[in-house]
Write a protein that binds this ligand. Structure first.
Ligand SMILES: [Fe+2]
Length: 336
């Protein structure tokens, strides 16, 4: 973790207690003290809580030396398999539910705003700009699907000019960046909402897919006895000045694994139906060969709405901890 005001190594701080003969009962306090010598109060708070929970985990599980080593070997393998397009550690966060938890914490939603879902490991900055009505998928084996959406604020006002990333797997459940022979971005694009807050594009009907299990994440699934499948879904990410970033996904009703998503991303409000294309829409958008349509109205929380909720939730955390701390930049921060 990087600190904005980190100190460099220097002479021992004479005010710190002597750190010798440490044991199960007193080591945590000493490590926290040692990690609290930097100048960034937020990082002091994070280190203190991190060391507290890691040490408690070891004590509570009565962690053996062999288990400790096996865990470190597994983390090392996760790092070694990572590449620019293989984000094993994001997947680790996803399968442990941490990604969903952090999104819920850092992107709270007021009533009426669209709920978030996980980013996942397959978002790519290589996506090309697309115009409304463009095709985002070159997969000729996929079932053609027209996606028509709106994006509004919590008062029902259209949001024009929002930047919207969309991405989906192909008809075999594979993303473009998983393929070594890919020619370029596919199954993804970046659109802009029009003056009415509308955006629309041609895609393919999503299908369920398994998370890659040929690495350490596969070992985890095997040991934990879980399945590794995600229900059929399409990813969306919204960016617009004055609004909190929304990372979410739409999930198909009736899809296998909808109620047991391997990465805990599904929410009832994000479950959608695909309908038969109506003749009026087919004519208006020149879609003679597209039989299916997906409609959804997204609602973005403003920055002010999200910040107010962050402050409220952070204050509740501090109260629960019984901590003498303050909120800085909407997050708990130590005072000393
Ligand atoms: Fe996905």
């Amino acid at each position: 973790m990087a600190s904005t005001n980190s100190t460099t190594n220097g002479p021992p701080n004479a005010q710190l207690p002597i750190a010798i003969d440490l044991d199960i009962d007193n080591i945590t306090e000493h490590v926290i003290n040692r990690c609290s010598q930097g100048r960034d109060p937020r990082m002091k708070f994070i280190f203190e809580r991190l060391v507290t929970h890691i040490h408690d985990f070891a004590r509570e599980t009565r962690l053996s030396t062999d288990e400790w080593r096996a865990g470190l070997d597994w983390l090392e393998a996760c790092g070694q398999i990572c590449t620019e397009n293989r984000k094993e550690l994001i997947t680790v966060s996803d399968i442990l539910g941490l990604s969903t938890l952090v999104d819920e914490i850092d992107h709270p939603k007021p009533p009426g705003a669209t709920q978030g879902s996980i980013l996942g490991p397959f978002h790519s900055l290589e996506a090309e700009d697309k115009l409304n009505g463009d095709q985002i998928s070159c997969d000729v084996n996929g079932e053609p699907l027209f996606v028509f959406c709106t994006v509004k604020d919590t008062h029902g006002n259209p949001i024009p000019g929002a930047r919207i990333h969309v991405w989906e797997a192909d008809s075999h459940g594979e993303y473009d960046i998983e393929k070594s022979d890919r020619a370029g971005p596919d199954g993804r694009g970046i659109l802009r909402s029009n003056e009415q807050g509308e955006f629309y594009f041609n895609a393919i009907t999503p299908v369920p897919y398994p998370i890659l299990c040929d690495g350490p994440v596969g070992t985890f699934f095997e040991i934990s006895g879980r399945h590794q499948y995600r229900p059929a879904h399409m990813h969306f990410m919204f960016e617009k000045e004055g609004f909190d970033k929304l990372i979410t996904a739409l999930y198909l009703r009736g899809s296998m694994y909808r109620d047991s998503d391997a990465v805990f991303g599904v929410k009832h409000s994000l479950v959608v139906d695909i309908h038969e294309m109506d003749s009026e829409t087919a004519t208006k958008y020149n879609l003679p060969h597209v039989n299916k349509i997906l409609r959804y109205d997204f609602v973005l929380a403003s920055d002010m709405e999200a910040d107010a909720l962050r402050d409220k939730h952070s204050a509740a955390v501090l109260k629960a901890l019984g901590r003498d701390a303050v909120l800085v930049g909407h997050v708990p921060t130590t005072t000393s």
